[in-house]
Design a protein around this ligand. Structure first.
Ligand SMILES: *[C@@H]1O[C@H](CO)[C@@H](O)[C@H](O)[C@H]1NC(C)=O
Ligand SMILES: *[C@@H]1O[C@H](CO)[C@@H](O)[C@H](O)[C@H]1NC(C)=O
Ligand SMILES: *[C@@H]1O[C@H](CO)[C@@H](O)[C@H](O)[C@H]1NC(C)=O
Length: 298
């Protein structure tokens, strides 16, 4: 009799720890002894909520499982750091010649007049004083996906960063876009904003049409004159030299800059314009990166 009782206790102890205690944790998770850290729990829930609300595949180039292949030339770009606060990097040969030509070609059937959005209201007719160009939403073919992937890799595959659907912009003679920011100041309010911009030149058989940053300083070294307007050069906007620095449109090259500080506020130095085209035609492409971390992480 005694022998039987001792041996059942011997078996009941492991039975409690291996079966009964885990079962109780499942059945009564509200027991404070077993509840997960409540701060972590609520942050985790919010993260799911936020990402499901705003990640719109019509606006963002989300991963849809289509494999990325790059045929028209691989990454052979060269970098030149232009400024560090905000980060501005000049990129030679961000696109190969065939890639740029392909994007120009596939844009042709999709051009519509560019519309200008003022604050939150969408204007019905474009204000051609501020902006005159046609724009095309690029279908996500293999070349477009390859460039999306290049833009993500360039930024170190940063988590919570999404490449927006890419648009080309065609500027005819007198086509332009007056000074503006690419960021909207919505990091705190809506939880996301445009962290960075690549201004990529796809076709640049034109005079004028540079990208002007009045609040950035032109570098001193004459080597930069290959990429930026220097004194005494043509094509620096109507009525002479623009203030600050003006990047020349050069096919395949790009200017990359960060729009936001680590706390989500926008850099005033990123105020920029597309200088009017005086002769010929320019085609540019914007690659914007939307950054939307979980709530409370700005
Ligand atoms: C773009 O279209 C032009 C004219 O049809 C053609 O000559 C050229 O090869 C095309 N370029 C690419 C990269 O597809
Ligand atoms: C277009 O923008 C210019 C410059 O901001 C402004 O003066 C003009 O009133 C605007 N025109 C229309 C039709 O909104
Ligand atoms: C630019 O030129 C093309 C023809 O080459 C024309 O179809 C288009 O409407 C023009 N766009 C603007 C904004 O003038």
């Amino acid at each position: 009799m005694l022998n039987f009782n001792l041996s059942s206790i011997f078996y009941l102890i492991p039975l409690y720890f291996l079966v009964i205690a885990p079962l109780l944790r499942q059945l009564f998770p509200s027991d404070p002894a077993f509840a997960p850290d409540s701060g972590y729990g609520s942050l985790y829930d919010d993260e799911d909520e936020d990402t499901s609300i705003q990640l719109n595949p019509e606006v963002l180039s989300l991963d849809d499982g289509v494999p990325v292949t790059c045929d028209l030339g691989s990454d052979t770009y060269r970098l030149h750091i232009f400024a560090q606060k905000p980060l501005v990097i000049y990129i030679e040969n961000f696109l190969s010649g065939p890639e740029a030509g392909h994007l120009v070609n596939i844009s042709l059937p999709h051009y519509t007049p560019s519309t200008l959005y003022s604050d939150s209201t969408h204007e019905n007719s474009p204000n051609t004083t501020k902006r005159l160009s046609d724009r095309a939403l690029l279908p996500r073919d293999a070349v477009v996906r390859c460039i999306e992937s290049r833009a993500r890799a360039f930024q170190g595959w940063k988590p919570h960063l999404y490449i927006e659907r890419m648009w080309t912009q065609r500027y005819n003679v007198s086509g332009h876009y007056t000074h503006h920011y690419d960021w909207a100041g919505t990091a705190r309010g809506r939880g996301g904003d445009r962290l960075s911009t690549f201004m990529v030149y796809l076709a640049a058989e034109c005079k004028g049409g540079g990208t002007n940053f009045p609040r950035l300083r032109r570098p001193r070294d004459k080597k930069w004159c290959e990429f930026v307007e220097c004194d005494g050069e043509e094509g620096n906007g109507e009525g002479g030299r623009n203030e600050g620095v003006t990047f020349k449109p050069i096919k395949g090259n790009a200017v990359f800059w960060e729009n936001l500080r680590a706390d989500g506020s926008g850099y005033a130095e990123t105020w920029h314009a597309a200088v009017p085209v005086e002769e010929g035609e320019k085609v540019g492409m914007n690659i914007w990166s939307w950054y939307q971390p979980p709530r409370g992480r700005w």
